[in-house]
Write a protein that binds this ligand. Structure first.
Ligand SMILES: [Zn+2]
Length: 502
């Protein structure tokens, strides 16, 4: 690439085009852009402010091609697209840019079924609190874990890359993120059944997560040692890098079955869903972990963390045993990866009050405390409700989830809700359907399950319920004789401001 050349980026209102334009500009290249959207409709126009990038909105004039020495089309544009037909300038693909421009900073990834966003947000907070700037994608409203976003994000300005690596249905995507960001370390929170329908068996799903381990090669991996799936994958994939394990010293509360990497079903004495004490004849068993959290006092939000060298006392700004796991993983990551001493980490942990939408208290209405939680898969729902029960006792659950694992996932979610809640308001179409089945099987549930008025809402994207359904569900919950209300699912967190109407 050449600093005297002008790079013409097509599709700057899309996430990838927008990121590429900014990456090239930050690296000192001349950049112009174009997009079929008009500026008022351009989703990420704001991200380009202050970059001095000339953009042709609404159409692509001849001048764009004339001024450009190289054309960078979006991934979605086919090679024989009309817009490229008369283009005589050489084409650079997104993948070629990724090869030519490297992150040039240490990159750390966070993956797992639950706790990724909380852990990523907290690790970034610790970095900022200590004057270390992580690269940010600055795409408003984007969660930012679709395949190319973390890859490109790591190439934007910053001291480090701290990337959330999502759960992807498509094999190869997780591995490519690790590979294309030259990731040198990672944290795996847990691996439990989630998007089962996308991939067939649980082990197929686990193997997609396993790409993270495989591609890290000789990097450093911080893992929840109490998760048999993670420990099994490390063995199966013969991981050659450094492994740092952590866990929580608590009495198990239940026994759950989980498929071992060898194919056998094993019993896990669970501390949180899918993690705890386990043993399989193939040799997979709970290890003596390197970092162990003890003396967990959830009421006072403290625990002790035994590191290999010392004991530290951790004050938490968030609730729940699952967060003891999340915080422990992040403390190790901040120490090892950001190179910070514990006394620089702990204040940030204490002042971290969580990510919005995660056990978030929205308001108090008619004397009732209303919480929302984004949990939308069976393990996530179980973990959150179990913690909620321990913290607050009786509560009403409003279900706004339509699980991505289909019917089976919805049944699992409903069963968890039944297990932990006093009252249940099924506000999504999927939960409503299961509620009717449950009531048919067992009419006695009539005094616990309260059907919501439902429209003909079709699940769109990840939202499992409509605004109307969330509103009706919350109203219904407020009329029940129970002081705590938790609305679970992405629809509930999306429409949480509805609470203020009530
Ligand atoms: Zn086994």
């Amino acid at each position: 690439m050449n600093k005297n050349s002008t790079y013409g980026v097509i599709g700057v209102c899309g996430a990838n085009g927008n990121l590429i334009a900014r990456i090239l500009k930050q690296r000192g290249y001349k950049v112009i852009g174009t997009d079929l959207s008009f500026k008022k409709d351009c989703r990420f126009a704001k991200s380009l402010e202050g970059y001095d990038i000339e953009v042709y909105y609404g159409q692509t004039p001849e001048a764009f091609f004339k001024k450009s020495d190289y054309i960078i089309p979006p991934l979605s544009l086919p090679e024989d697209a009309e817009i490229l037909k008369n283009c005589e300038k050489p084409i650079l693909t997104v993948n070629e840019i990724i090869e030519l421009i490297r992150p040039e900073k240490p990159v750390f990834g966070i993956t797992g079924t639950n706790g990724k966003t909380t852990s990523t947000t907290l690790l970034k907070k610790i970095a900022y609190d200590n004057g270390i700037k992580p690269s940010e994608h600055d795409l408003e409203g984007m969660q930012g874990n679709a395949e190319y976003i973390p890859i490109l994000q790591s190439r934007l300005n910053g001291d480090v890359g701290i990337l959330e690596v999502g759960t992807f249905g498509v094999p190869g995507t997780v591995g490519r993120i690790v590979n294309h960001t030259s990731m040198e370390g990672g944290l795996i929170t847990n691996i439990t059944p989630d998007h089962l329908n996308d991939l067939g068996s649980f082990m197929d799903y686990a193997n997609v997560k396993g790409e993270f381990i495989r591609e890290l090669g000789e990097g450093t991996l911080i893992v929840n040692g109490q998760d048999p799936t993670i420990m099994g994958l490390l063995r199966e994939l013969d991981f050659k890098g450094e492994v740092i394990t952590f866990g929580v010293d608590e009495m198990p509360e239940s026994i759950g079955m989980k498929e071992c990497v060898c194919g056998k079903e094993i019993a896990v004495k669970e501390i949180i869903s899918g993690c705890g004490y386990y043993f399989c004849q193939c040799g997979i068993t709970t290890p003596q972990v390197d970092y162990i959290a003890t003396n967990v006092d959830l009421a006072n939000r403290t625990f002790d963390l035994h590191t290999p060298d010392e004991k530290i006392t951790v004050k938490m700004g968030v609730d729940g045993l699952h967060n003891v796991y999340n915080l422990t993983g992040v403390i190790i990551a901040a120490h090892k990866f950001l190179g910070l001493p514990y006394d620089k980490i702990l204040p940030s942990i204490a002042s971290f009050t969580g990510v919005s939408g995660r056990m978030e208290e929205v308001a108090k209405v008619k004397g009732k405390d209303i919480f929302v939680d984004y949990a939308h898969n069976p393990a996530g729902v179980e973990t959150v409700l179990k913690e909620f029960k321990k913290l607050f006792g009786d509560f009403t659950t409003v279900i706004t989830v339509s699980s991505e694992s289909g019917y089976r996932g919805d049944v699992d979610i409903f069963n968890s809700v039944l297990k932990f809640s006093k009252f249940i308001v099924p506000a999504s179409v999927a939960s409503h359907k299961i509620a009717i089945e449950k009531l048919t099987d067992n009419p006695k549930l009539n005094d616990r399950i309260f059907l919501n008025h439902l429209g003909d809402f079709k699940k769109t994207g990840t939202l499992g319920a409509s605004e109307e359904e969330v509103r009706d569900g919350l109203k219904k919950a407020l009329n029940l004789d129970c002081e705590m209300v938790i609305a679970i699912g992405e629809a509930a967190t999306h429409y949480k401001s509805l609470v203020f109407e009530l």
